[in-house]
Ligand binder design. Structure first.
Ligand code: R5P
Length: 349
């Protein structure tokens, strides 16, 4: 691996603890104005300083991220399908490497649809992207998207992750599942987990905790952060698990404490407290909580999160809901890499 590639990877997966907190805001590339990401600039701004890297499209990077930021960008370079189209797996590479370099990205990302109609096209494109990106020392993140007929179980996800790694991906993003350790152990490159569809905050923290205990290096989380009523407390709580070795109780306590602190803060003009925002979120918009268009809630047909039957990433009820009971057993064989493993801390970049 050459110096440039190693250096870019080190910006995404922190070498100090081999952990990564990637904030995903690329959803609009096929979902359009997703709930709470309608105004990407407003959603991203308060969260940026708490993530290690930001996963996004070039359109969002150009229009909605301050170029003075030091946060590394992970650029999605695939697309070509939409939520209302025929087949979400019909993706191609839509951004050139020249453009990725011009945008000074630290990695490029694309989806790979194992088991779907366009499986061949996306796997071949992944191989080509790796070859091209490696010429410039740019790592590739493979996003394992799930075919509609296939469940998000360890058998399928380990197949998809392994294929991505075999094509040369440097990091693989996948979903958390039962027996996740099997997925991690059969994939020779680092794995990060998506948060998936919005679930209760504590469950998303449990998912993060379980995934890391099973060997994931971190998360590539979107909706469970910015669709939370309290996005900043949520990302800070997730950060405390990823980088501070907090357990779920500690992370949830931190989340509640941050909400409380925010509520007690004297209000400045044009800013609402978290509590007020929670009560009036349909009426107000503020930095931490972009307005939710009521049209999406009233008419499911207008809601991009209400996926049509052929949506390949659809989550089954409770599919994302992590188990709490096996946390201990997940933990049993996991030797702490860090001597402060059991010492929870909230870390800032
Ligand atoms: C899909 O649009 C992307 O791959 C997302 O970046 C990925 O699914 C992570 O986002 P979330 O945590 O919302 O699933």
């Amino acid at each position: 691996m050459d110096w440039g590639l190693k250096n870019r990877l080190a910006k995404i997966i922190k070498p100090q603890n081999n952990r990564a907190l990637m904030l995903a805001v690329d959803h609009g590339y096929f979902l359009g104005p997703t709930e709470k990401l309608e105004n990407a600039k407003k959603t991203i701004a308060p969260l940026l300083k708490y993530c290690d890297s930001l996963m996004l499209t070039r359109g969002v990077q150009r229009t909605s991220v301050d170029p003075n930021t030091s946060v590394p960008m992970v650029l999605r370079v695939s697309g070509g399908a939409s939520i209302i189209g025929e087949d979400l797996s019909q993706e191609q590479i839509t951004v050139t490497m020249k453009e990725a370099i011009r945008l000074n990205v630290s990695a490029v990302a694309m989806s790979m649809f194992v088991g779907s109609k366009y499986e061949n096209q996306t796997i071949v494109n992944l191989g080509k992207l790796v070859s091209e990106a490696e010429e410039y020392g740019i790592p590739v993140l493979a996003v394992t998207a799930v075919g509609k007929e296939l469940g998000k179980d360890a058998r399928y996800l380990s197949l998809a992750c392994r294929i991505a790694a075999e094509q040369g991906a440097h990091i693989v993003k996948t979903y958390y599942c039962d027996n996740f350790r099997k997925v991690v152990e059969s994939c020779p490159v680092p794995i990060i987990v998506a948060g998936g569809k919005k679930i209760p905050e504590r469950d998303a923290m449990q998912l993060t905790y379980n995934a890391i205990k099973a060997g994931a290096v971190g998360v590539d989380m979107g909706r469970n952060i910015w669709q939370s009523q309290h996005p900043v407390p949520m990302i800070r709580a997730i950060r405390s698990i990823v980088h501070g070795n907090a357990n779920v109780d500690q992370a949830f306590k931190l989340y509640q404490q941050l909400i409380k602190e925010n509520q007690n803060k004297p209000k400045t003009a044009g800013q609402n407290s978290s509590n007020q925002n929670q009560k009036t979120q349909k009426k107000n918009s503020n930095k931490n909580s972009p307005k939710i268009p009521t049209t999406h809630q009233k008419n499911p047909k207008n809601n991009p999160n209400q996926k049509p039957k052929n949506f390949t990433q659809k989550t089954k009820p409770n599919q994302n809901k992590p188990k709490t009971s096996n946390t201990k057993s997940n933990n049993q064989n996991q030797k702490p890499k860090n001597p402060n493993q059991n010492k929870p801390q909230e870390t800032k970049k």
